[in-house]
Design a protein around this ligand. Structure first.
Ligand SMILES: [Zn+2]
Length: 348
């Protein structure tokens, strides 16, 4: 952003009081990073509104744009702004012209040239995800809970779910036989909801395999209950080119479990009480059970995610992004109103 020609140099027309000038602001701080979220949103919804489209591109809205192809002299009426000054620039019309004060009344004034000229507010880059210091303890407790069941139950159900918000993700596992839920944060940079769903299944399979190596194994069937068809698709054996590496980890886990006599199947359950035509429960679990287990896994994952998100750098980052977008939208909408007003003035 600091190397952009429109913000690097002042280009303020000094010493000419009769000119309709913009503000005289400093450049954006060194290393500033802009994502133009407001611009993108308005551009995508402005195919029939030329003023909004120009504003979203920080283009148009100046005497030179509105008199393109004509050579205006100082004496020309069209060279004069509504406020009486000469040759109004975009920064003048959008931020300074008293004739358009009402149009920008809800927009906090720009503080640097990126805001003034590009309607762009600098944002923070995505920080590291919060670290879940409890993850090892949670995995140990999960292993202990499952180890007892693997040694005593023929069939084992585990419900898994993931939760993600503002690039902070957690996985959750509900163990119906012991009525206990376990949840921990997802490790690594990818904190998407899909990754969280996969991590939940992976943690469940890994825990059963680890438990099976601790003693006699009575368990012959493990059913993973999940509301994510894409995660089930990856975890149940897809070995295509696109996500081969990710699928391979599941394939190997399932093969290891098969080697100790535990077959794995997956049962999809509609999330959040949704009714899906043709969906049937599992032969060994009722609809009410499957939905309740899914809900318990969801609640565990969501609670953990909320705990990690609260006070995290990623929450501050998300707030910063939201505030930047809100300001950009307000600035661009004001610029579009002013564009229409100035265009009407030029055409009159
Ligand atoms: Zn003016």
């Amino acid at each position: 952003m600091t190397s952009c020609g429109r913000t690097r140099q002042s280009q303020h027309r000094r010493g000419a009081a009769e000119l309709a000038q913009g503000l005289d602001l400093p450049g954006p701080p060194r290393g500033s990073f802009c994502t133009f979220q407001g611009h993108v949103q308005i551009f995508e919804h402005s195919s029939t509104d030329l003023d909004a489209r120009y504003a979203s591109l920080a283009a148009g809205i100046s005497v030179w744009h509105n008199s393109a192809g004509k050579k205006l002299s100082r004496e020309d009426d069209k060279a004069r702004c509504l406020c009486g000054s000469l040759f109004p620039s975009r920064p003048h019309l959008v931020w300074c012209c008293p004739a358009f004060q009402e149009s920008r009344i809800d927009v906090p004034s720009p503080v640097n040239r990126a805001e003034e000229r590009l309607f762009a507010r600098a944002v923070n880059e995505l920080p590291r995800p919060p670290e879940d210091t409890a993850v090892h303890g949670v995995k140990a407790e999960l292993l202990q809970a499952i180890a007892e069941l693997v040694q005593t139950s023929d069939n084992l159900f585990l419900a898994t779910d993931g939760s993600a918000k503002n690039h902070v993700a957690s996985w959750g596992i509900f163990v119906p036989c012991s009525d206990r839920a376990f949840a921990a944060g997802v490790e690594g940079e990818d904190q998407s909801a899909f990754r969280a769903e996969l991590e939940a299944i992976r943690a469940a399979l890994a825990a059963v395999f680890a438990a099976s190596s601790q003693g006699i194994v009575m368990c012959r069937h493990l059913t993973i209950v999940s509301d994510c068809t894409a995660a089930i698709w990856v975890a149940s054996g897809f070995e295509g080119d696109v996500i081969e590496m990710r699928a391979r980890r599941f394939f190997e886990l399932r093969r290891s479990l098969r080697a100790v006599g535990i077959g794995v199947d997956f049962k999809w359950v509609p999330s959040h009480g949704k009714i899906v035509r043709g969906w049937a429960p599992h032969p060994r679990a009722t609809e009410a059970q499957l939905r309740a287990w899914n809900h318990a896994a969801d609640r565990a994952a969501n609670g953990c995610m909320q705990r990690l998100l609260a006070g995290s750098a990623r929450l501050r980052w998300a707030t910063n992004r939201k505030e930047a977008k809100t300001w950009e939208l307000a600035a661009i909408r004001a610029a579009a109103r002013i564009s229409a007003g100035y265009r009407a003035h030029c055409e009159s």
